[in-house]
Design a protein around this ligand. Structure first.
Ligand SMILES: NC(=O)c1ccc[n+]([C@@H]2O[C@H](COP(=O)([O-])OP(=O)(O)OC[C@H]3O[C@@H](n4cnc5c(N)ncnc54)[C@H](O)[C@@H]3O)[C@@H](O)[C@H]2O)c1
Ligand SMILES: [Mg+2]
Length: 340
């Protein structure tokens, strides 16, 4: 029997914000999305994240011990562009991302047609593949790095109208593209995906696809079909992939996931009857699916691979920037409490 969703972990973000500052920032952002002139003005005093063929620019932190996303003042970026022999006006091709706590609008710009090493030298940083960058930058910067890449990718792949084949034209912020021939407005899209950590009360079920890195197991996941609710998608995916019927669902949280295209991950916990835990794997989709004990999970959480040059542990779970990790951590915390 399905229980209704209980939003058990999702409120902290909103509650921790200073409310009036947050509202005015969101209203400002909303205006910039719609008002081309205001957006152009904001860009002049804003900051820009650079991407080279969708890899974000990182810089060393001031202590020199780590890396962070490089956020360049527009005026500095214009000078850099001129130094590498480019028209500084390409800055106007930037897309609006967000507005920081200090009311600073942030943009992203693709510079893949410029010389990579010349730019790296002028900017004092390096362009790093996004998957690798997630291991290098502070966790709170990951969503912005992902959003910057996702928006650039969406614009790159939506420059023509699918009805007329005519070019589409962006608004200044990049919040949509229009085909003036058909009048169709295109908005950036994400594909909804359910991800679920199934438990039988004392163990949790993790699976791996053949394409996963060696030894990595994750929660079950799958794209929602057209017309499906999250609950229906989740029940179907678990049935399809491992042949089990889940009984109880609890919402955990959500995440934008940029790989390989933009997905919107909706994460839940689910339980199965402890007497009906025999898995029947869909081998076309999964290489393996297994029940893991609390002890195995806590060990995996403590033994995350840190150095890609070293052999990974025999069993490990997705890194902290993936919502699968959040689900697994929550399950382990819940088990720990229930064992006291
Ligand atoms: N952030 C995380 O923690 C996390 C963890 C696991 C998976 N994921 C992501 O979830 C996504 C879906 O997971 P999955 O591979 O198990 O899905 P899945 O089980 O639905 O299987 C993928 C297959 O579904 C089909 N499909 C249907 N709609 C699709 C669409 N809109 N885009 C692409 N393929 C579609 C394709 O045939 C594809 O091969 C993947 O992109 C994966 O990277 C994220
Ligand atoms: Mg799947």
């Amino acid at each position: 029997m399905l229980q209704s969703f209980k939003p058990i972990f999702s409120c902290n973000l909103v509650l921790s914000r200073s409310f009036s500052g947050y509202v005015s920032r969101m209203r400002y952002l909303m205006r910039l999305k719609e008002d081309d002139e205001a957006c152009r003005e904001a860009l002049k005093s804003g900051k820009v994240l650079l991407y080279h063929k969708l890899s974000p620019l990182l810089r060393k932190t001031s202590s020199g011990s780590g890396y962070k996303l490089a956020s360049l003042k527009t005026s500095d970026l214009e000078q850099i562009l001129e130094k590498v022999g480019k028209d500084k006006h390409i800055v106007n091709e930037s897309f609006l991302l967000e507005c920081t706590d200090k009311d600073e609008p942030q943009f992203s710009l693709e510079v893949g047609d410029l010389d990579r090493s010349a730019l790296e030298q002028e900017c004092g940083g390096m362009f790093v593949d996004l998957r690798k960058a997630f291991f290098m930058i502070p966790g709170p910067e990951s969503p912005l790095a992902a959003k910057g890449q996702a928006l650039l990718r969406w614009h790159q792949t939506n420059s023509f109208c699918s009805a007329t084949g005519q070019p589409t034209v962006r608004n200044q912020s990049g919040s949509y593209r229009v085909c003036h021939s058909s009048g169709i407005t295109y908005y950036p899209k994400m594909a909804p995906v359910v991800i679920v950590l199934v438990s039988d009360g004392s163990r949790c079920l993790l699976a791996r696809q053949a394409m996963f890195p060696k030894g990595m197991y994750s929660a079950l996941s799958g794209f929602c079909d057209m017309g499906e609710s999250v609950e229906e998608a989740l029940l179907r995916e678990v049935a399809e992939e491992v042949g089990l019927e889940v009984e109880d669902l609890q919402y955990s949280g959500s995440q934008h996931w940029p790989f390989p295209q933009s997905s919107f991950m909706l994460a839940c916990h689910a339980t199965v009857n402890p007497d009906k835990t025999q898995v029947n794997i869909d081998k076309a989709e999964l290489e393996d699916a297994r029940w893991f004990t609390y002890e195995e999970i806590t060990e995996a959480l403590q033994n995350m691979p840190r150095d890609p040059r070293r052999e990974p542990p025999v069993f490990w779970v997705p890194p902290s920037y993936a919502i699968a990790n959040q689900l697994i951590q929550e399950w382990a915390n819940h088990q720990q409490l229930s064992r006291k």
